[in-house]
Design a protein around this ligand. Structure first.
Ligand code: GSH
Length: 304
C-alpha cells in the first residue's frame, strides 16, 4: 500500500495543484478529506496548528505548503522530476501575485451567495485588514485587469514554449498554471469567457487534465492519525545552510505565515534547516513525536 497520505478537500485549488502532480508522476495516494473551515480536529494534532490546505503525510513526517510538498514528491516519490529553481520561483509568483488576484475576483463574485463565515474566514487569510464588501466590489474590474495582465505574460511565453511551459515535459510550472485556470474556470461565472483569451494556456491545461490525478484510495482522519502515532519521523536533522539567525538544532522556534494574516504561530523544536525547508520536532499527547516540514520562503522563522 502507498505510504503517501494527502489531507485536502475537493474544491481546494492549491490541493488541485498537487493532485495534478500526482498524475504527472502516476502516483498512488491515500486521500483524507478535511473540513474547509476550522476546527480541523483530526488535522491539528499532525500540524501543530498549521491550518492551510493541503498537507501531505508520510508516517510521522508532515509536509505543509504546496511548494514544500512538490519538493518532497521529487525527493521521495520517484517518477519524472518536476521541480527546478525556476519552477519554484514561478510557484512563488503565481501564488503571491496571480492566485491572490484570482482569489479576490472569485471571492468578490461569491460574496453575496457564499456562507458569510466562509467569506469572513478567507478574508482574514487573504485580504487587507479592514476590507469591506463595497470596496472589494468597487475594485473588482481593476483586479480583473491585473489578472489579465499576469496571465497574458504566461500566454505570450506559452505561445513559444513547446508542449508545456518548460518545454516538452510537464513540470511544477504547469501545475502552477493549472490550479489558477481550474479555480478561475470553476468558481467564477465569467471565468470561461475570460480564459478564452489564453488559448495556449488552455491547451497546456488540457494535456495535464488528460493525465489525471493518479490513483487515490480514501482514508479516514483517524486512520491517518494512527499511522502517525505508530511511526517516528524519518527525515534528516541538522543545519545545512548559512544561518543568519544562528539557530541550532533543538532551539524552540516559532514559524508563521509571512504577512498580516489570521494564521496561527507554529511552535516546535528546530530539527532541520536548509535553504528552502525548515523542519520542526513536535510532541503531541495524541500522536507522540512527529516532524512538521514547512518552506522557508513565505514564512517568518524566529527563536521563541
Ligand atoms: N502557501 C500555501 C497556501 C495554501 C492555501 O492558502 N490553501 C487554501 C485552500 S486552497 C487554504 O488553506 N484555505 C484555508 C483552509 O483550507 O483552511 C500552499 O501553497 O500550500
Amino acid at each position: 500500500m502507498t505510504q503517501l497520505i494527502f489531507h485536502h478537500y475537493p474544491p481546494s485549488p492549491v490541493a488541485e495543484k498537487v493532485r495534478i502532480a500526482f498524475g504527472m508522476k502516476s502516483l498512488s495516494w491515500q486521500s483524507v478529506e478535511i473540513p474547509r473551515l476550522p476546527p480541523k480536529p483530526l488535522l491539528m494534532p499532525l500540524t501543530g496548528g498549521y491550518r492551510r490546505t493541503p498537507v501531505a503525510q508520510i508516517g510521522a513526517d508532515i509536509y505543509g505548503d504546496s511548494q514544500n510538498i512538490f519538493r518532497m514528491l521529487d525527493e521521495q516519490m520517484g517518477g519524472p522530476q518536476l521541480v527546478t529553481g525556476l519552477s519554484m520561483a514561478l510557484a512563488s509568483w503565481s501564488e503571491s501575485v496571480l492566485f491572490a488576484l484570482a482569489l479576490r475576483v472569485v471571492l468578490t463574485n461569491a460574496m453575496d451567495d457564499a456562507p458569510p463565515e466562509f467569506i469572513q474566514d478567507r478574508g482574514s487569510l487573504y485580504f487587507d485588514k479592514g476590507w469591506t464588501k463595497a470596496q472589494m466590489k468597487a475594485d473588482l474590474p481593476a483586479f480583473i485587469q491585473q489578472l489579465q495582465a499576469g496571465l497574458s505574460l504566461l500566454e505570450r511565453h506559452a505561445s513559444q514554449s513547446g508542449d508545456y511551459l518548460f518545454g516538452d515535459a510537464p513540470s511544477q510550472a504547469d501545475a502552477n498554471l493549472h490550479y489558477l485556470l481550474w479555480f478561475i474556470n470553476g468558481r467564477w461565472d465569467g471565468g470561461p469567457e475570460f480564459l478564452s483569451r489564453f488559448p495556449h494556456l488552455l491547451a497546456i491545461q488540457e494535456k495535464l487534465l488528460a493525465s489525471g490525478t493518479g490513483t487515490a484510495r480514501d482514508l479516514s482522519g483517524e486512520e491517518a492519525l494512527a499511522i502517525a502515532r505508530a511511526a517516528e519521523p524519518k527525515s534528516p536533522t541538522g543545519i545545512f545552510c548559512p544561518n543568519p539567525q544562528n539557530l541550532e538544532v533543538g532551539d524552540e522556534v516559532i514559524v508563521r505565515q509571512a504577512g498580516d494574516t489570521a494564521d496561527p504561530d507554529i511552535h516546535g523544536k528546530l530539527r532541520m534547516l536548509d535553504e528552502t525547508r525548515i523542519s520542526l520536532d513536535m510532541h503531541n499527547d495524541d500522536i507522540g513525536h512527529s516532524a512538521l516540514h514547512l518552506p522557508v520562503l513565505g514564512y517568518m522563522i524566529k527563536k521563541a
